[in-house]
Design a binder for this molecule. Structure first.
Ligand SMILES: [Zn+2]
Length: 222
């Protein structure tokens, strides 16, 4: 019988609860630790070291607690806010959202709501006409355009020919936005990611591979 190795999901250090997330890498010789978000420990490790996780974390306890305090959370003062691929620094004030030079002023208690409303407003002002233009160029028809704030995907297209776009696309630049729209529109013709699908995308966005890489790179900062 094989005993399943235990991977702790949580650990408490100095009264702070940390969740633990794992990535297994075959060719690694030792464990690597990161604290990317407050209260979140990320561990990359080779399989055979699962058993030592607790000890490893305790050994690095003071470093982890230091990192935890250094991590800036979204909407904290000094954190980043992206709009049209420009970085703005979050500042706090008790008033509606405003963009001034390289700063964005948000209400500390309503920051997330203010920010979502901002992206939705910008998305509704910019995307419908752009989708319309690209649809004409691609000679396609669809049944509806919806907006849904998703952090998981930029857009989707269902079999009822309804396109959904995430207002968070407004964090990207125009070229990236166009590629995402073309990608979703192309699903009206191919509801998959086949060679034919990408060949069709390429007809309208020849450099889609480069743009995709740039989107991945930029969005790793979000
Ligand atoms: Zn797709």
């Amino acid at each position: 019988m094989f005993k399943k190795l235990s991977k702790p999901k949580k650990i408490i250090l100095d009264n702070i609860e940390f969740s633990i997330h794992y990535t297994v890498r075959k060719n690694m010789k030792r464990m690597l630790l990161r604290v990317q978000n407050r209260g979140e420990i990320k561990i990359s490790l080779p399989k055979q070291l699962f058993l030592n996780v607790n000890g490893f974390i305790l050994e690095h306890k003071s470093w982890i607690l230091e990192q935890h305090l250094l991590v800036v959370m979204p909407f904290d003062r000094g954190s980043s806010f992206y709009f049209k691929a420009q970085r703005y620094t979050v500042q706090h004030h008790n008033a509606p959202l405003s963009l001034i030079d390289e700063n964005i002023f948000l209400h500390p208690k309503r920051a997330k709501k203010q920010s979502d409303e901002f992206y939705k407003k910008e998305a509704k002002a910019y995307l419908p006409q752009r989708v319309e233009q690209l649809k004409e160029e691609m000679d396609l028809e669809f049944n509806g355009l919806r907006f849904y704030c998703s952090t998981r995907k930029w857009g989707s297209c269902n079999s009822k020919r309804v396109i959904t776009l995430s207002p968070y696309m407004m964090k990207l630049n125009d070229e990236m936005i166009d590629y995402i729209i073309v990608h979703e529109l192309a699903h009206l013709k191919h509801l998959n990611h086949s060679k034919e699908f990408y060949a069709f995308v390429e007809d309208f966005v020849p450099e889609y591979r480069r743009i995709q890489k740039e989107i991945n790179l930029l969005s790793s900062a979000f």
